[in-house]
Unconditional design. Structure first.
Length: 222
């Protein structure tokens, strides 16, 4: 599932604008809740259902200005949704798998096997790279290998192993939230009102699954 997620995401980003691809990719929490209830025996609780609805609302708001552009890219949309579904299935399988390897070793092996599969696909469908990259490009590659596909993956697999699937899935919704905020400082992209409301929906989804049940019971007693 790790290989299929990365492969479909790469093709999805190539077919769509990166922002639109990211929005579609982060429908993963919704698929985690739905697939978990349908095929993995996960209870469809009120909290997970409310969190999934909040994510749907956030994604809908972020896609509001992009629907016209997405309408002409049905294959890209389908591929990116496939990446999100593959990510959701992998999250559910990680939680249920009986593993003896530590998370760090598991991450290394999964990334090595994924890299081997992607290199095979690249050699089949892509020209051989010239490796004449700028210093900025080498820096981005180093960041991707060490942080995005290294440190961050270890954290993610730890979450997927030790938290409920719906909880771990909702927790990654902080990623587009941080991306929206940081884009203001890095790229000068000021958020619109829809971005602000989407942020509130994302925070509501995360709070719904991460705050302990005792917190909600205390609110009802007031």
């Amino acid at each position: 599932m790790h290989t299929s997620q990365h492969t479909t995401a790469i093709f999805g980003v190539a077919a769509l604008a990166s922002g639109r691809a990211a929005i579609l990719g982060f429908t993963m929490p919704v698929w985690t809740v739905l697939l978990g209830a349908l095929f993995f025996g996960q209870p469809l609780t009120r909290r997970s259902s409310l969190a999934a609805l909040a994510v749907v609302a956030a994604v809908g708001l972020l896609l509001a200005d992009e629907l016209g552009a997405l309408a002409g890219r049905p294959i890209g949309v389908a591929v990116m949704l496939g990446a999100a579904i593959s990510w959701a299935i992998g999250t559910l399988m990680m939680r249920r798998a009986q593993l003896t390897l530590p998370v760090e070793a598991l991450t290394v092996w999964m990334m090595l096997l994924t890299a081997a599969a992607l290199w095979a696909l690249a050699l089949t469908f892509e020209p051989w790279p010239r490796w004449q990259f700028s210093p900025r490009m080498w820096g981005l590659l180093a960041y991707g290998v060490l942080m995005n596909y290294g440190f961050a993956q270890i954290i993610w697999f730890s979450l997927a192993r030790h938290l409920l699937p719906a909880t771990s899935a909702m927790s990654v919704m902080m990623v587009p939230l941080i991306g929206t905020i940081s884009a203001t400082f890095i790229a000068g992209e000021w958020p619109r009102w829809t971005d602000g409301v989407a942020m509130v929906c994302v925070m509501a989804a995360i709070a719904t699954v991460l705050l302990p049940p005792a917190f909600w019971r205390s609110l009802r007693r007031r």
